[in-house]
Design a protein around this ligand. Sequence first.
Ligand code: NAP
Length: 257
Amino acid sequence: MQITSNTVFIPGATSGIGLALALALQERGNTVIVGGRRAELLERIRAEHPGIDTVAIDTADPESIRVAARHVLDTHPDLNVLVTMAGIMRAEDWHTPDGFLASAEATVTTNLLGPIRLIGAFIEHLRTRPDATIMTVSSGLAFTPLKATPTYNATKAAIHRLSDSIRLQLADTAVQVVELVPPAVRTALMPGQENSEVAMPLDDYIAEVMQLIETQPDARELQVERVKFLRYSEVRGEYDQVVSVLNATDPHADAAA
Ligand SMILES: NC(=O)c1ccc[n+]([C@@H]2O[C@H](COP(=O)([O-])OP(=O)(O)OC[C@H]3O[C@@H](n4cnc5c(N)ncnc54)[C@H](OP(=O)(O)O)[C@@H]3O)[C@@H](O)[C@H]2O)c1
């Protein structure tokens, strides 16, 4: 993906990594459309950042995806980048069904079905563009699990493998598949995470990601240095030790999304 001159839709950008990435991309000369459910945040983003367009979308709802995709493509026919950012992360207790079932279903719907349905809604259009990108969003926890969040870890591992797989299929097109692999970053994804000392400051994270996009336009994965501890634990032969270190801290206090 080139760093500039794209038209980028980021469903899941009303806060956190998505919003910070949207603003950084706008600053670098991209047209950006921010999506999400929280209408008051969409309105504020439009008011505070002239030039950014917004669209209401619930990526857990296939009809909402269809309506939003139609609107985005009607108003931005030059769209060439889709970032499947929307995600949720919940602590679960798998000892009893009450402790995890509802959370697991919601997490699979948002974190896995959501990106799949979004790609379904945009792939035919993206294939018409001379230079297009699907950016998926996984996590260091796709590679080394946090005990507190089994379904989250599983959906992010699935996103990793999905990204690898569709990259193979789309190799005969001009659509690049890039996986953003964040480490723990200070956002409101989990309670307490915005102030977590073990999480990376959001500004630092986005600055490093923008540098990676600029210097590695053909990268398959956008990996900041901080995520490599989790991303390559198994490759280094340190999986058990890294799982222990990651889970030694209180997962609610030190959510390592
Ligand atoms: N922060 C981390 O440590 C970390 C690490 C690895 C991966 N990630 C991933 O990065 C992505 C962004 O998370 P974040 O950390 O920036 O957390 P965040 O601030 O909570 O952002 C989550 C975003 O997803 C949107 N979203 C959630 N459910 C949605 C739905 N059903 N429909 C539409 N939008 C939805 C939210 O918007 P609305 O509520 O307005 O809909 C919000 O804009 C997620 O996929 C997360 O798994 C984060």
